[in-house]
Design a protein around this ligand. Structure first.
Ligand code: MG
Length: 255
């Protein structure tokens, strides 16, 4: 695989495999979106993911990676990312839940996340979910050759903060390919020092805004994984894996 400044540039065949891996992730997230309702436990969501991975004959991408025990990350309300599925965690009317998951298909990783609303949610929760999704779309639109990487970051940050929300800095997006987490980091805020690294054809980036109503500061719970907002305010998380091609960004996690 070719590299540019330490970043893998994928060829057409590799992007084809990444598209297939991410297509499966999109199908699984679609199914979770159909199934989520008040009364469903997040462990039941994990079981849906496990069953579909088995049907597709793919390995869950997160399970076992860095010691993470499950296929699915479930982030309910104040959880930002990396929440464990649990029998005790039962979704209820008014919750928001982000599902983040990946698969490995022929050695290539799919990775995507969406936030779902359970029944009727507060206006603020609905606005947070919508603005986070819009921030992702605006960031994706900047993922084109000729731009610098921080054009993505700036688009996400401007939209989220413009709506009065906050951007988590502790976690960032990333390159994705044969490894789930590759170079470069894709922050959802503009770090010091523009321009950032140039975007090149063949880069595949997981762009994933994590946006909060209150403080964007993170606390990690005793399980060493679950990341919550320090003030327990709501957080939302959306993620696409995006290939940078000559004509611009291509979202890979489409059904
Ligand atoms: Mg990711």
């Amino acid at each position: 695989m070719k590299k540019y400044r330490g970043v893998f540039l994928k060829n057409e065949r590799e992007i084809g495999l990444l598209r297939e891996a991410n297509r499966m992730v999109a199908l699984i997230l679609d199914e979770l979106g159909r199934q989520v309702r008040p009364g469903l436990s997040t462990m039941a969501c994990e079981e849906i993911v496990q069953k579909m991975c088995a049907e597709f004959k793919v390995k869950p991408g997160f399970q076992g990676l860095y010691g993470y025990p499950y296929a699915l990350c479930c982030a309910v309300n104040e959880v930002i990312v990396h929440g464990f599925p649990s029998e005790e965690c039962v979704l209820k009317e008014g919750d928001i839940v982000s599902f983040d998951m990946g698969v490995v298909y022929q050695g290539m990783n799919g990775d995507a996340a969406r936030t779902f609303m359970i029944g009727e949610v507060s206006d603020e929760a609905a606005r947070l979910v919508r603005v986070t999704e819009e921030s992702l779309a605006l960031g994706v639109a900047e993922a084109r050759p000729g731009n610098d990487l921080y054009a993505i970051s700036e688009a996400v940050q401007r939209h989220a903060e413009g709506a009065g929300f906050h951007v988590v800095r502790r976690f960032v997006g990333h390159g994705v390919g044969a490894s789930l987490h590759e170079k470069p980091e894709v922050p959802n805020f503009v770090p010091a020092g523009r321009p950032g690294p140039p975007l090149k054809v063949g880069m595949v980036l997981a762009i994933e805004p994590m946006i909060t109503v209150g403080t964007p500061e993170v606390e990690i719970l005793d399980d060493k994984w679950t990341a919550v907002t320090k003030d327990r305010s709501l957080a939302a998380h959306w993620e696409h894996s995006v290939a940078i091609l000559p004509d611009g960004p291509h979202i890979l996690d489409l059904p």
